[in-house]
Design a protein around this ligand. Structure first.
Ligand code: HEC
Length: 165
């Protein structure tokens, strides 16, 4: 009985079956967000090892620092991204950051600036969600960036050797 009803529904409603691929895509996207938190190790003022041993991609990283729903770094920092009009000045300019800090020092700042300055307003992009309960529903149990995205942003920042002219 039930089976027949089901077949009937599927046959009779084309739009549902057509939207299935889109639905499965969404489902896999949200599963990716719920990936388990990867522990990292701070040594001095740096995280010397890439998160999850991943290799970053500077081109993707450049997109992530612009993306308002991801890094949104331009809200607070100046960067050599001339096609974006507004650059914030709340944080220091990131021009030439790779000539001031090592890769590991940059990684710790992106992952959790609060380790260096507990009072900072800079968000920790990869803090362990189990330690934070007073967060908006949408972020509960999640990090702002994935390990791959952190590595992409770090790879992009490592290309910034030149100071602001
Ligand atoms: C809400 C504002 C804000 C946002 C958004 C923000 N930052 Fe920051 N950032 C700061 C401030 C303020 C500091 C200065 C240090 C501090 O407050 O501890 C800082 C410091 C830094 C530093 C160290 C700079 C130095 O010269 O030592 C790096 C690297 C950095 N941020 C990278 C980023 C990246 C990459 C992003 C985006 C993924 C980002 N920040 C997003 C506010 C922000």
């Amino acid at each position: 009985m039930r089976g027949r009803d089901f077949r009937h529904v599927v046959r009779g409603s084309k739009p549902v079956s057509r939207s299935l691929p889109a639905f499965l895509l969404l489902l896999s996207a949200s599963c990716a967000l719920a990936e388990p938190y990867v522990q990292w190790r701070q040594v001095g003022y740096a995280i010397p090892e890439p998160l999850a041993g991943l290799k970053g991609d500077a081109t993707r990283g450049r997109r992530l620092v612009i993306d308002r729903s991801k890094g949104n770094c331009l809200a607070c920092h100046r960067l050599p991204i001339p096609e974006e009009e507004f650059h914030g000045t709340v944080g220091p300019s990131l021009y030439g950051i790779a000539s001031r800090l090592t890769e590991g020092q940059i990684r710790l700042r992106v992952v959790d600036e609060k380790r260096l300055n507990p009072a900072t307003i800079m968000p920790g992009y990869y803090r362990d969600p189990k330690h934070f309960h007073r967060v908006a529903e949408a972020w509960r149990g999640r990090t702002i960036l994935s390990p791959q995205e952190v590595e992409d942003v770090v790879a992009y920042l490592m290309t910034l050797k030149e100071g602001e002219k």
